[in-house]
Ligand binder design. Sequence first.
Ligand code: NDP
Ligand code: 8X3
Length: 254
Amino acid sequence: SLRLRGKNVLITGASSGIGEACARHFAQAGSNLLLAARRKDRLEKLKKDLESQHPQINIRTFELDVRNRAKVQATAATFGDVDVLVNNAGLVIGLEKLEDITEEAMDTMIDTNVKGLVHVTQAVLPGMRVRDKGHIINIGSVAGQQAYGNGSIYCGSKAAVASISKALLFETIDTAIRISEINPGMVETEFSVVRFKGDKSKADSVYKGVQPLDGNDIAETVVFVAGRPEHVNIAEMLVFPTNQAAATTVYRKP
Ligand code: NDP
Ligand code: 8X3
């Protein structure tokens, strides 16, 4: 959409999967990019790649752990005006019963998926209010709408993202700021590799016999949502692969 040309788009978790695909699609739309993640080397590679394809856009990269509130605040002070914030950084650790989830895994999920999203939003939303414009797009999950066994903390963290997104709709109702929540179903990224701590065969088995979404499928919806006219807010979207019906219900070809 021409509407995204020259806009400043901040994407957290831009080093992989959905976030990286969003970076590519916003670059295609002519947006300037602020790319954040912990793995700066990956962001640098992505920046070089995108700069060669889209010499007219401006790209900056930020080594940023969204769990670090002070660092988020300090880094955000250098962003300038953010037109679109894609709160995408997130992860799941393990697939275990509640009583077996370690404190470390619990903290990592809640600190990243919930508190990290809040940290970045708190750093960016005040400027949007001053300018009375801006768009925050939160990446939730079907897991935030439907809990499943062995997913308690992750599902809870994404339910929190859903509640926060909905509360923000009220808190920005008298402004031109838009709040959107995009809830993907099964997307093949590094998500399952991270979930199973690098066990690639366990990760691959998640997608066996079914065609999952890929990062580009979600990036297309994010760019679509961001590219609507300013009086249109797509508040919520649930995006499944065709053979998925619910959080853990997919049809697998025998
Ligand atoms: P990936 O593992 O491919 O990407 C996750 C991204 O999050 C990476 O860029 C990672 O960067 C970043 N990240 C993780 N922790 C932090 C942190 N503390 N600070 C900053 N960045 C961080 O997975 P996806 O692309 O699939 O995940 C993106 C989002 O989509 C997540 O919020 C996930 O919950 C959600 N989602 C995924 C689904 C799926 O099936 N894949 C379905 C529904 C939702 P780095 O490690 O460099 O910091
Ligand atoms: C990711 C989808 O079902 O693996 O948010 O939790 S699921």
